[in-house]
Design a protein around this ligand. Structure first.
Ligand SMILES: Cc1cccc2c(=O)nc(N)[nH]c12
Ligand SMILES: [Zn+2]
Length: 379
């Protein structure tokens, strides 16, 4: 067992729900702690798009994300390191997590291929061919300086056949070993393993088991939220999450709508990241307990109310729906900024209420009664 002092990221289980796998916890990292279940806003290129760090903190966000793929291409990890590290670069003194880069290649780089050794892709910025290996991914994350870093994995599309998932699990396991060896700052940055295997219970079980034997400080469930569908995601989580160590953080990558998050919390997931609140905010879609509203809709032209009655965020305390609608039509930055801010606060208010219900033993009743727990993709 690794001595506790050498493990930079630790999980404290505070309370287990009696009727489900849900749990209340706290993750401590070298740059601060965060309460779980936690939602982590995504700051892809070193900024939560359109939001000032103080405003992000005011939403209740405690841990945020940045992406290795984007930052290694621009401005480069050595530049970020020369500027102090990600905490200084993003003006975020609290916990930061970076993804490992392979996943973003497949959603961003037009030319790309994966071999048993690496991912090769054409930079979406300058067209240069780039090689990303497990070792390079970890060294980039070591230079960026996040508190939690992710192993380099292969994530096939949700509908990939068993043989493709089999090869991805083999690569992901081999690469996980390489990441552990390459990690240059294991007492300062917690390296999480990522479970792959698609919707195949046999592959998921083998991948989880072998990663657990490698003794990572935390574990992520990858390969979901990639087109497999809600029912398939729920099924996979039902058998994978309970396999992951109870005394370590469990992170579901790239998820999701409030309904997805609540479903995953029920199985025992602690950490979430997703671009939905900020991406939808930039597209004028605002979350409300009654469902998403499109602020550009003409019915809001002279609406003097806040985005959502009862919301305590800066946008709802300060601006009318009519003014925010105008900002979108006028192409003003303030429109996307305000709705993104509201959406992040919407997510963090839900997470805080989920944590409170876990603390006072009313979680399953809360999930059954609160309409926010049923919010999925706009019907
Ligand atoms: C960001 C994200 C979303 C969804 C899935 C994944 C995944 O499987 N692996 C990585 N590294 N990242 C992911
Ligand atoms: Zn609001």
């Amino acid at each position: 067992m690794t001595p506790v002092s050498d493990v930079p990221v630790r999980y404290q289980l505070i309370r287990k729900d009696t009727l489900s796998g849900a749990r209340l916890g706290r993750v401590t990292t070298p740059n601060g702690a965060f309460d779980t279940p936690a939602f982590m806003p995504v700051g892809t290129q070193g900024t939560i798009k359109g939001l000032l760090p103080d405003h992000v903190a005011a939403t209740g966000s405690q841990c945020i994300l940045a992406n290795t793929y984007h930052l290694m291409l621009r401005p480069g990890e050595k530049t970020v390191a020369a500027l102090g590290d990600l905490h200084r670069f993003m003006a975020w003194p609290g916990p930061i997590l970076t993804d490992s880069g392979g996943f973003q290649v497949f959603s961003l780089a037009d030319i790309n291929k994966v071999t048993d050794e690496m991912v090769v892709f054409k930079s979406h910025i300058d067209g240069a061919m780039v090689e990303l290996t497990p070792k390079r991914s970890i060294h980039v994350q070591n230079d960026l300086g996040a508190d939690i870093i992710m192993a380099f994995d292969e994530c096939p599309p949700g509908d990939a056949p068993w043989e493709v998932q089999r090869r991805a699990v083999d690569r992901t396991l081999r690469w996980a070993e390489k990441c552990k060896v390459a990690h240059q700052r294991p007492t300062e940055q917690g390296l999480f393993g990522i479970v792959q295997g698609g919707v195949n219970e046999d592959l998921r079980g083998e991948c989880a088991q072998k990663l657990i034997e490698m003794d990572f400080p935390g574990y992520a469930v990858g390969g979901l939220a990639v087109g497999e569908g809600f029912d398939a995601m729920k099924k996979v989580l039902g058998f994978v999450t309970p396999m992951l160590p109870e005394n370590k953080p469990r992170y579901l990558m790239g998820v999701g709508f409030p309904r997805d998050i609540v479903t995953a919390v029920l199985t025992g997931i602690d950490m979430f990241d997703c671009t939905i609140p900020t991406r939808n905010g930039r597209n004028a879609y605002a979350f409300t307990a009654a469902g998403a509203i499109r602020i550009r809709n003409s019915r809001f032209t002279k609406d003097t109310g806040p985005i959502e009655e009862g919301c305590d965020c800066y946008a709802c305390r300060t601006f009318t729906r009519g003014a925010i609608r105008h900002y979108f039509f006028a192409g003003e930055m303030l429109g996307p900024m305000l709705v993104s801010l509201h959406n992040i606060r919407f997510y963090q208010r839900l997470m805080a209420d989920l944590r409170q219900s876990l603390a006072d033993g009313t979680f399953t009743r809360f999930v059954e009664n609160d309409p926010r727990c049923r919010l999925g993709p706009a019907a």
